[in-house]
Design a protein around this ligand. Sequence first.
Ligand code: NAP
Length: 296
Amino acid sequence: MNQKLLPPVRKVVIAGNSHQRLHLEDICRLLAFLRERAISVAIDRRFALYLRNNEVEVSDQEITECPPADAGAAISIGGDGTFLRTARWIGRLGIPILGINTGHLGFLASYTPEESRELVDMLYDGNAEVEERMVLRVDVGDCRDVPELPYALNEVAILKEDTSSMINVNVEVNGNYLADYLADGLLVSTPTGSTGYSLSVGGPILFPGLEAICLSPIAPHTLTFRPCVVSGDDVVKARTTTRASQYRLSLDGVSVLMDAGSEIVISKADFITRVIRRPDDSFASTLRHKLLWGVR
Ligand code: NAP
C-alpha cells in the first residue's frame, strides 16, 4: 500500500484512555503546543471528561461525541489497545491517526510524549507521512450475535469459550477447503495485527504496507500446522464447532459469543486505516527498537 505526505493540519481530534495519571503533564504540554500553533482541537467526550476531572483545562467547545470529518489528523494517547479503539471510532472517515504511546510496547502508538513538540510541528508544517493499513471485515450471515462494528485492524480471533476442550475451525479460502484446525483457537490477522496476538502464537511479522491475511492457529493439536499467509483479496470462510454451545469471536479485543456450528466470512474491508509516521521513521527501525533485535 502507498505512503503519502499529509497536508498541513489545522484541526485535530484527540482520543485517549482513562488511566493517564502519570502522563497528565505531558497531555497538558501537548495541548499547549497545539494551541500555540492555533491548531483547533476536538476531544472525545469520555477522554475530555477524564481530563477535566484531573484538572486539565478543556473548554465545552473542544468536546465532541463524534470525530469531526474535517479534522486533518487524529491523535491517540495510550497504548496500541487505545490506538485500536481510536481507529474503531474514526472508522471509515479516513482521518489519519498519530499514536502517542503511554502504554507498553507501542507498535501503532510508536511516539513518546517527549516528542510532542516535534510531532505538532510536523503536523502543522505538513511534513508527516501517512501509511495505509488494510482492515478486515467479518460477515456473520443471519447469526443473531452480530458484532456491532464488524471490522478489525489487528485480527479476528476465533476462540474457545467455557470449555477446556479444543474447538474445530473448518476453513475454506476462496471456496477451497484448507483445513480443520483442532486447536484452542484461530487468529485471522492483518499485517498490522501480525505484531499483536498473532506474534505471541508464533505467527510471522508482516510489514504493514502489505495487503495480506495471516492464519495463525492457537495451540493446534498437531505438529504439522504452521501459520500461513494468503492474499489480502482472498475470502476466508470459517465454521466453528465445539463441545460447548458457544465460541468467542473477538475483533481487536471486542468480543461476542457465537453459536457453535455458525459460519463467518472474513475479507478485506472497503476502507483503510491511515497511520501517521515521521518521514525519518520506518517499520524496520520500530521492529529493531521494540523487539530489541541486534542487541548483544
Ligand atoms: P489487552 O489484552 O489489554 O492488551 C494486549 C497487548 O497487545 C497490549 O500490550 C497491546 O499494546 C498489545 N498490542 C495490541 N495491538 C498490537 C499490535 N498491532 N502490535 C503489537 N502489540 C500490540 O488488549 P487491548 O489493549 O484491548 O488490545 C487488543 C489486542 O490485544 C488484540 O487485537 C490482540 O492483538 C492483542 N492480544 C494479545 C494477546 C497475546 O499476545 N497473548 C492476547 C489477547 C489480545 P499496548 O500495551 O501498547 O496497548
